[in-house]
Design a protein around this ligand. Structure first.
Ligand code: ZN
Length: 155
């Protein structure tokens, strides 16, 4: 199927989710022309601020594949991924992300995607959530443990 067809499916999921009491976002993950997983925003339904459509699709695809990498796959989403979901896509090593609406459409819909992108361009001292380095003497201990573990699974 073409990009447009997969985007249409993501958009259908987003519209349907609103009727079911969720947020207006949907996503699908595709590999080699085959649907791997779908996701719909479940933030308010599950009381989970990280339950974005893209994140849920990534979680489902990885669980079904038994793999933490989605290399070779494409994420189609009804709206430009927010910084959380872009990062999730990067961590998942997706080949491509294709979106329908953009961050400006999301802003018109009442969502903070664009605001969060703008936040990352500003100094952290201006953020509504304080993010502070509380440097601790043992700060590197987890990495020492990691680096000395010869059985570690790199990701
Ligand atoms: Zn998101």
């Amino acid at each position: 199927m073409t990009d447009d067809r997969w985007l249409a499916q993501a958009l259908d999921l987003a519209v349907a989710n609103v009727a079911e009491g969720g947020g207006p976002f949907g996503a699908v993950i595709v590999r080699d022309g085959t649907l791997l997983a779908t996701g719909q925003n479940r933030v308010t339904r599950d009381n989970d601020p990280t339950a974005h459509a893209e994140v849920l699709a990534i979680r489902t695809a990885c669980a079904d594949l038994g793999d933490f990498s989605l290399a070779g796959s494409v994420l189609y989403t009804s709206c430009e991924p927010c910084p959380l979901c872009v990062s999730a896509a990067l961590w998942a090593r997706l080949d491509r992300v294709v979106y329908a609406a953009d961050r400006h459409d999301a802003a018109r819909g009442g969502f903070d995607d664009r605001e969060f992108y703008e936040l990352f361009a500003r100094d952290r001292s201006t953020w509504p959530t304080a993010v502070e380095a509380g440097r601790h003497p043992e700060a590197f201990a987890p990495f020492d443990a990691w680096l000395s573990n010869t059985e570690r699974t790199a990701y």
